[in-house]
Design a protein around this ligand. Sequence first.
Ligand SMILES: [Zn+2]
Ligand SMILES: [Zn+2]
Ligand SMILES: [Zn+2]
Length: 281
Amino acid sequence: MPAKSDIAGNEFQRIRLEFPEVAMELLFLGTGTSCGVPQIGCDCEVCTSSDPRDKRLRSGAVVRGGGVSIIVDTPPEFRLACLKYNVARADAVFITHAHMDHIAGFDDIRRFNTLNGDHPIPCYAAEETIADLHRIFPYITSKPNTEGLYRPQIEFTPVAGAVRVGGIEVTAVPVVHGPRTNGYVFECDGRRMAYIPDCREIPDASLEKLHDLDVLVLDCLRGDEPRIHPTHMTLSLSLAAAEKIGAKRTYFTHACHRVLHRDFEKLLPQGVALAYDGLIV
Ligand SMILES: [Zn+2]
Ligand SMILES: [Zn+2]
Ligand SMILES: [Zn+2]
């Protein structure tokens, strides 16, 4: 089994984790808002819909390409989504922000430590987000497990600009949401994708980083009714941002139970679509 170097220069063995070199792609592990869809105890049209696209796990993604597999956020159903979509490899983890719907599954990274031969996995996030992760998961460390202990081994690294993971360059894109929140741009072999699941506003300095995108994934909680949301983009804001950014394809994510996939897509212009769990772009 050939050894490969990660960006920190660590050598790790690949254990049944090889996958063919493909153009960089993004797999949606989940596309739902913080409650998920269906939400508990709701019998609305969307929560009871038989359309599989109306079943939304909490939001997360995997970006694959350039010889690596990158996890973006570890939502509460992270393990279930990895099983459902055959995600068996993590070369790095990027966290957008420390809201529970994006980090509650963080402990399950430990399984990827086992799969990579018990080596620490780099985790990138804004400095404030890393401080929150340490506070919420104080037992997580980069040290090897001792007998009877099975915890994730993580190398936390604050990211403000660009870092390289294998053949993918990842650039942090700070956005306004509530807590300190990053979107990320992934670039590999000239293909550029941005993932921004939780966002109310994109500052001008961040908009500049969102140029020449093949794919933009953007927050769109629901339509604008009953009110514009204080921390998430709703349809008019999402559409305005998508138009300004001008990606070749835009996918909206982080939708709530007011979004019936079939009807909502009819509100979207050409080049814009609503993502669903399991979609690969
Ligand atoms: Zn969220
Ligand atoms: Zn509902
Ligand atoms: Zn959030």
